[in-house]
Design a protein around this ligand. Sequence first.
Ligand code: UDP
Length: 327
Amino acid sequence: MTTILVTGGAGYIGSHACKVLKQAGYTPVTYDNLVTGWQDAVKFGPFEQGDLSDADRLDAVFAKHKPAAIMHFAALSQVGDSMKDPGTYWRNNVLGSLTLIEAAIRANCLDFVFSSTCATYGEQDGVVLDETAMQAPINAYGASKRAIEDMLNNFGASHGLRSVIFRYFNVAGADPEGEVGEFHRPETHLIPLMLDAIDGKRPALTIFGTDYDTPDGTCIRDYVHVMDLVEAHLLGVKWLEQGKPNRVFNLGTGTGFSVRQVVASSANVTNRDVPMTEGPRRPGDATALVSGSNRAANELGWSPSRSTMPQMIADAWRWHQSGHYDQ
Ligand code: UDP
């Protein structure tokens, strides 16, 4: 069986990726430092605890498992935190990825699927966000991811590293079979915080900013189901296996939802009220981020099937109610 090294495989998206990799006949080896990941989310293949900054540990893991490709999810990913503490983001995400890439090259493991973000586009009013849009991140998280994209391109030219870069929009939902789901500590993401507020685990959801230049004054995002997202990663591995060229793909549905629309949909799906308050803007948040590209559908053959708002909330709600949040 072909082995794939999955950095961040104990995290939200990485654990779902391991599940689809295993289902597709691959062996996913999770490499994770468990700072934001959970060991009990590693269910689908071997676990190697380690930090991206630990070159010796990475060398040992490459030597032991001989992966054919890497899926690189491990990263700090909170926009708000990245604005308060950019150094940690640059050190962990950028230096960590450099250490990983150099270890991959030493091991001659040259196929690299990278988890990037729409936050690399920044604030671009009226611009269609397809893969050719200018990258002008407005927060340190997005800047760190853009730097890694540049790094992959540089090592592609110098060492033949081959990459598929996915720029995610907002990832939501959970494995419908309930084996893995979203769990961050502390939680900062809209949908899980809202579900907490709905069932009384938090007093209320705070809406960050109601004075944006949008129809209802709240930020607009493009939400994609985590299962659809990781299916695209599987297609990315196959793309590289087939010897296709380095490529960047947006992963979003092209439909934007305001914070208030997500709240309304959650109330509908759960049939409960959403306790909420209105607060100031969160530094680093762009007004609207919606994918304007069909490249993943046209070239990869990606067809997201669960990425409707009610489905994402229903799957997240089922996971939320399963008690995993209470551990
Ligand atoms: N948001 C909010 N209240 C919260 C968390 C998030 O209003 O408690 C908003 C946030 O400002 C953004 C959207 O919800 O417009 C999605 O934020 P999230 O942190 O889930 O993802 P991000 O867009 O930062 O990747």
